[in-house]
Design a protein around this ligand. Structure first.
Ligand code: ZN
Length: 407
């Protein structure tokens, strides 16, 4: 997440030498503050960035000229004196096209500066599982509906796709997405060829994007050492350590779902046995609860509803998964000593229903737990989608004038 706006990354950008480069850099800083925090007064921007009021005034004027922000003077304030101008994202400004590939459905959304989902299009994957070309077609076919929902004057700044598998960010090559049935798929090229030529495309792993979104605007805000553990049909983790995203040498860090709990355990989609996914993924929950067929969001939600409604079999199934979840979290805590573990997808439901079971297993299996806190994600099932939007916005936040001139 090299070009995200927050934290140490920003400080490590090279010092700009020329006045126009400094100005371009500062435009990015102001836009990033508004993107992260929503509308801010000029006084707040001045304090946050440590520059003069006149500098902020000039930068805001430039961003307004680029069509990125909207400035107004609040009326009816009770304080005496001149009120500070409020600067927020401009309605009808540019948007990111964020895509969440799930096994059952493809969600394509227009997300505005500030992280609001402005429009959303959900297409079921049918027949199932979709071929890469068919999935690319579903994404491309969703674009006109998004465009008309956000307004014709608004422009997309890029497309970013959340993939449930290991994906190479440089070229969008999907190494392995076991639950999609994909291995060595050039999905970045396939989708890139199908998209309009002027749209920049990036792809990344779903849990890596979920932790990014929760870190920027969710449960892990202001937390530098965090693990996001996401349960869908697959299970994966997104990691931050020391305030920086941990992606690994090839970008494949966090494949917690395929760490082995028991080599003699159930067969996994990846071809091995006893992976974490076979104990805490949605299929494990379905099997334990005696539900038939492939997991869908509705079927999984029904299990939690049944458990809460007093159905013994559903409740017992959730508690068995909770025990394995606690062990999995203990392994992660032993390895990385996070401040916070955020649970998303079906694991949020498991934690909500059987928190005590998760906590007990964690305490039993962690060598030292110290201060690690467990929490449910704030962004819900939208976390990968919102993380994808961050990826698509990154170039704009780094260089607002450069990207808007190209758009
Ligand atoms: Zn596996």
């Amino acid at each position: 997440m090299s070009s995200q706006a927050r934290g140490p990354d920003r400080e490590q950008q090279p010092v700009a030498a020329r006045p126009d480069a400094i100005r371009a850099h500062n435009l990015g800083l102001v836009l990033s503050e508004i993107h992260r925090s929503g509308a801010l007064t000029r006084a707040e921007l001045t304090a946050r960035l440590g520059v003069s009021r006149s500098t902020i005034g000039a930068l805001v004027a430039d961003l307004a000229h680029l069509g990125l922000v909207f400035e107004h003077v609040p009326s009816g304030g009770e304080r005496a004196g001149r009120p500070s101008h409020v600067v927020g994202p401009r309605p009808g400004g540019p948007y990111a096209v964020a895509v969440d590939l799930d096994i059952n459905q493809i969600t394509t959304a227009a997300v505005g500066i500030g992280g609001q989902v402005l429009a959303r299009h959900v297409a079921p994957v049918d027949p199932h599982p979709g071929t890469p070309a068919a999935i690319a077609r579903l994404i491309v076919d969703a674009l006109p509906a998004l465009r008309s929902a956000v307004g014709r004057d608004s422009r997309p700044v890029g497309v970013a796709v959340s993939v449930p598998g290991t994906v190479n960010r440089r070229d969008g090559f999907v190494e392995f997405a076991p639950n999609m049935g994909w291995r060595h798929v050039e999905f970045g090229s396939i989708l890139g060829d199908a998209l309009p030529a002027n749209l920049r495309l990036t792809l990344a792993n779903d849990a890596n994007l979920a932790v990014l979104a929760e870190h920027i605007r969710g449960a892990a805000r202001d937390t530098g050492d965090v693990i996001y553990l996401m349960g869908r049909i697959g299970v994966g983790a997104g990691l931050f350590a020391g305030g920086r995203a941990v992606r690994g040498f090839d970008g494949h860090a966090g494949e917690v779902g395929h760490t082995i709990l028991n080599p003699a355990g159930p067969k996994c989609h990846c071809g091995r046995r006893g992976c974490v996914e076979t104990y805490i993924g949605e299929k494990a929950l379905m099997n334990l609860a005696g539900r038939r067929g492939e997991p869908t969001p509705k079927k999984v939600a029904d299990i939690f509803a049944a458990a809460n409604g007093g159905e013994d079999k559903a409740a017992a199934a959730v508690r068995v998964v909770a025990e394995s979840l606690g062990r999995t979290v203990a392994n992660l805590v032993n390895m990385l000593n996070p401040e916070l573990v955020v649970l998303g997808g079906s694991l949020a439901g498991v934690f909500d229903f059987a928190r005590a079971d998760v906590e007990r297993a964690l305490s039993r299996h962690a060598v030292t737990r110290l201060h690690t806190e467990l929490r449910v994600g704030q962004l819900g099932d939208d976390a990968p989608l919102l993380g994808a939007a961050e990826l698509a916005f990154a170039p704009l936040l780094a260089s607002p004038s450069g990207v808007m001139e190209a758009v």
